[in-house]
Design a protein around this ligand. Structure first.
Ligand SMILES: *[C@@H]1O[C@H](CO)[C@@H](O)[C@H](O)[C@H]1NC(C)=O
Ligand SMILES: *[C@@H]1O[C@H](CO)[C@@H](O)[C@H](O)[C@H]1NC(C)=O
Ligand SMILES: *[C@@H]1O[C@H](CO)[C@@H](O)[C@H](O)[C@H]1NC(C)=O
Ligand SMILES: *[C@@H]1O[C@H](CO)[C@@H](O)[C@H](O)[C@H]1NC(C)=O
Ligand SMILES: *[C@@H]1O[C@H](CO)[C@@H](O)[C@H](O)[C@H]1NC(C)=O
Length: 233
């Protein structure tokens, strides 16, 4: 992994882990892990609900759950290794978000930075474009509470989602990633109220959470969570 990381990022990463370590914030025994992480059925329905709400808004049909992908994702999440698995599917990773819903919303929220006219892959919007990619039909995700404090380990809850067929195919962005369509022209799919219809200039993360990608240090009640999405890996 480190061979692929620019030195500056490596430095950032090590700084982040080092400062997390040096703080030694104890686990708050009153704070409980979110139910959408701990319950299998709630995890699955939350992922599908949030994912398919974004897809519907962007005129993509709903994804179905794929157990093969979910098993793969679960296995990879258990390694707590904060990097791509190198597997054959589309793959999005996140770590350190307070609940499963917010983990997916952080990816979806990248749409505020996506240029629908250009239709290109960018590191800032790659989770979003995979999320709503029209040709993708199935998804399977896994999660593990890693609470990794060491360099390269996933902080907090590590969420891995696999997509099949994979998205982000260079040259196919225009036809696969569509701008939001009016409500009455959207395909079937759930409407999770936590995922608002996009305002053209909405920059605020839904739920009042923090969707920023990159390395962040935010104090949560669990521990000092380093909020990271892995666009730079
Ligand atoms: C939604 O997508 C379908 C298939 O990709 C397309 O035929 C249809 O025109 C799109 N609807 C809108 C409102 O763009
Ligand atoms: C589920 O994903 C696997 C790839 O891991 C793929 O081979 C299989 O066709 C998918 N199942 C469905 C129903 O698409
Ligand atoms: C999300 O998954 C896609 C498909 O694997 C991948 O190409 C992309 O790099 C991931 N997104 C980001 C922002 O890393
Ligand atoms: C999606 O979740 C919301 C709550 O956030 C709930 O109101 C809605 O019924 C769910 N929809 C589906 C299809 O599960
Ligand atoms: C998930 O976390 C966000 C941000 O802390 C919070 O606003 C939201 O209510 C939580 N959602 C669920 C389903 O727990």
């Amino acid at each position: 992994m480190f061979a692929r990381l620019p030195t500056a990022l490596l430095f950032l990463l090590s700084t982040a882990s080092a400062s997390t370590l040096s703080l030694h914030i104890p686990r708050d025994s009153n704070s409980k892990a979110s139910a959408d992480y701990t319950s299998d059925s709630l995890f699955k329905s939350t992922i599908l609900n949030v994912t398919n709400t974004y897809r519907k808004q962007h005129n993509a049909t709903s994804l179905k759950w794929n157990d093969t992908l979910a098993d793969f994702a679960k296995d990879w999440s258990e390694k707590c290794n904060f990097e791509h698995s190198g597997g054959p599917n589309g793959e999005n990773l996140s770590s350190g978000y307070p609940n499963a819903s917010q983990s997916i919303i952080a990816w979806g929220h990248e749409r505020v930075d996506y240029d629908f006219k250009k239709g290109e892959f960018t590191h800032e919007t790659g989770h979003f474009s995979q999320l709503v990619w029209k040709a993708t039909k199935t998804v399977g995700c896994g999660r593990t509470e890693c609470d990794g404090q060491d360099k390269g380990k996933a902080p907090g809850w590590f969420v891995v989602c696999e997509y099949y067929p994979p998205g982000n195919v260079i040259g196919s962005f225009i036809e696969n990633v569509q701008a939001q369509v009016p409500k009455d022209e959207q395909p079937e799919g759930p409407s999770d109220p936590d995922v608002p219809e996009q305002e053209p200039d909405a920059k605020e993360c839904p739920l009042g959470g923090d969707c920023s990608s990159g390395v962040r240090i935010g104090v949560s009640s669990l521990a000092v969570a380093v909020w990271v999405t892995v666009w730079w890996l």
